[in-house]
Ligand binder design. Structure first.
Ligand SMILES: [Zn+2]
Length: 242
């Protein structure tokens, strides 16, 4: 439809329509005062508040249609420069409570107890870290990085990480070990579901420790003044355990 078909002699002229959505659209359109010239109709892309252009630019258009939301608090836990995407992704699913836990699969008629301890209601909060198996693992992995006794409660864990003021190295390691621990608890959970694994807390702890140390090495921390001491801090965090 062209604008000159529905706008004549300074008036909007729409056909009657029963559809409520179209009716409300028509009401919206009528509020626009319009002066037509003899020019041709032209499609323009909005680029800014009062800025239109004939060329389509995906980033400008995306910026126009996306809803600008405030950065969510937990984003600091999920995304940080020393993180690893596959660990961040599983952590993000955990934060959103989107992992396919037994509690969620109950809705599809497939209830499943906790594969670590047998608790009948396997929820996200149970896995991270109310479950005796995963909490024992978490205590081992986090060492003294928390600066306080870790709590099995999920919300308390996240809010502690976000609200206490940690030095740079501790804050990096705390988020890294949280993500790697969540990732391997979830991976072991899936392996147990398929009957392909039955690792002890100790075996899983060694694996997580190795992955974290690999990641620390990959940051080239010895060359970066802001990261120097990262490995020493990791070892210091677990001194009491050895
Ligand atoms: Zn359990």
């Amino acid at each position: 439809m062209r604008i000159c078909d529905v706008f004549r002699e300074g008036q909007w002229r729409f056909c009657r329509c029963r559809d409520r959505h179209i009716q409300s659209l028509v009401i919206e359109i009528r509020t626009f005062q319009l002066t037509l010239t003899d020019g041709r109709d032209e499609v323009l892309w909005k680029r800014g508040a009062n800025d239109y252009g004939t060329k389509f630019n995906s980033s400008e258009t995306w910026d126009q249609i996306m809803v600008h939301k405030e950065t969510v608090l937990w984003s600091k836990i999920v995304w940080f420069p020393q993180g690893v995407p596959r660990f961040a992704f599983i952590t993000w699913l955990a934060v959103k409570d989107r992992l396919a836990t037994g509690h969620r699969s109950r809705r599809w008629g497939q209830p499943q107890h906790c594969l670590y301890c047998g608790e009948p209601d396997e929820t996200r909060d149970h896995l991270f870290f109310v479950c005796p198996y995963t909490f024992t693992l978490w205590l081992k992995m986090v060492g003294n990085l928390f600066g306080t006794d870790p709590d099995p409660d999920w919300d308390i864990t996240l809010s502690t990480v976000l609200s206490r003021s940690y030095d740079r190295l501790t804050f990096i390691l705390l988020r890294l070990v949280l993500q790697v621990t969540i990732y391997f608890i979830w991976r072991e959970h899936n392996d147990r579901k398929h009957g392909t694994s039955n690792k002890t807390v100790e075996q899983l702890a060694n694996l997580i420790d190795k992955i974290v140390r690999n990641r620390i090495s990959c940051t080239k921390y010895t060359l970066n003044p802001r990261l120097q001491g990262l490995m020493i801090r990791w070892f210091a965090a677990h001194d009491t355990a050895h």
